[in-house]
Design a protein around this ligand. Structure first.
Ligand code: UD1
Length: 330
């Protein structure tokens, strides 16, 4: 049987592919390469280039491969872009997600792991965030992910779809063996921006606001290593294969670091002083996003291995170095 990985050529998906291959799984990747890279996949990986919202393509995939489960990573996921182009986000993430669910059910494929986000919590007043809180996303990206969560919930009730929804906190770092990492052309995440500054690829960076109700005034985030996130997916797959009930779980370490903490870490691991400028708040940034991870630890037996900010920033730095060499003309 085969595991279908949508978005398998992307940042998180490519780490998942390596993990599945290491575990001896048979996999098929579906990716339109809009933000992913074919070179992020190990040689010999079966890649179908196309959209997960393409009903005819999915019908063909499900009728010609013995798909057992779908790991659905593909999505549009940049918050400011979602604010500027909301209908595109609803089209890709929601309308496309509906097509994927419909084609899975039509083909009798009932096992799904869905990539959701901590952004669904919005600016919740409590911390840490637990899965029972009413979601309240503040932007179209978060809303589109929540809509898919709802479709899954309804399809589970009506059609027996079996799913683990994983709500990611701030994913960072890279494969500890240096095989893949975050390769996106445009950096939007703090750690990638900070390591680029450390490598002299940009002049410096800005801190978006230091007037939050947090210990140093900058926002707190629960940064988790991409390898631990991938492990959460393999734990979820084992759980569903063993007959586990549908579940929504946060994936985070349960502790927060501030923007200043992250910058200090990048300075430590790179040995470079970063040029940092303070600016105003970025619209839609909650002061704090910290996971309660009790559920994932208890239900899935998730045991993170890389809960160390310096290790995560070191992984990001090493990958960025490698990426620049790769992008340089020979
Ligand atoms: C990001 C994603 C979100 C995703 C989440 C979890 C964006 C904009 N947000 O959240 O979609 O669901 O990860 O994976 O893509 N910051 C600076 N200066 C910078 C960049 C960021 O001060 O140059 C600050 C931000 O204000 C924020 C923190 O750093 O407080 C983290 O920002 P970022 O890395 O963009 O992640 P989030 O917005 O938290």
């Amino acid at each position: 049987m085969t595991v279908l990985v949508t978005g398998g050529a992307g940042y998180i998906g490519s780490h998942m592919v390596l993990d599945l291959l290491d575990a001896g799984e048979d996999i098929l990747v579906l990716d339109n390469l809009s933000t992913g890279f074919a070179w992020a996949l190990p040689a010999g990986t079966r890649l179908i280039r196309g959209d997960f919202g393409d009903a005819a393509l999915l019908e063909e995939i499900f009728s010609t491969h013995p798909i057992e489960a779908v790991l659905h990573f593909a999505a549009r996921s940049i918050v400011p872009e979602s604010v500027a182009q909301p209908l595109d986000y609803y089209d890709t993430n929601v309308a496309g997600g509906r097509v994927l669910l419909a084609q899975m059910l039509k083909a009798g494929v009932k096992t799904l792991i869905f990539s959701s986000t901590a952004t669904v919590y919005g600016d919740a007043a409590t911390s840490p965030l637990h899965e029972g809180l009413p979601p309240c996303p503040l932007n179209p990206y978060g809303r589109s992910k929540l809509m898919v969560e709802w479709m899954i919930e309804d399809a589970a009730r009506a059609h027996g779809l079996r799913c683990v929804v994983l709500r990611y906190f701030n994913v960072a770092g890279a494969d500890p063996r240096g095989r893949t990492g975050q390769s996106s052309r445009i950096a939007t995440h703090l750690i990638k921006i900070a390591v680029q500054a450390a490598l002299g690829l940009r002049e410096g960076l800005e801190i978006f606001g230091d007037d939050y109700q947090t210990p140093d005034g900058t926002c707190l985030r629960d940064y988790i290593a991409v390898s631990d996130l991938v492990r959460a997916h393999s734990d979820a797959l084992s759980y569903l294969r063993a007959g586990g009930a549908n579940l929504t779980c946060n994936v985070g370490y349960g502790r927060g670091y501030s923007v200043r903490d992250v910058i200090a870490s990048v300075q430590r691991v790179s040995g470079r002083d970063l040029s940092v400028r303070m600016t105003g708040r970025r619209a839609g940034d909650p002061a704090s996003l910290i996971a309660s991870n009790e559920r994932i630890c208890t239900a899935l037996g998730w045991r993170p291995q890389f809960d160390d900010l310096d290790l995560i920033t070191q992984q990001a730095l090493s990958w960025e170095r490698q990426l620049q060499q790769r992008l340089q003309p020979a």
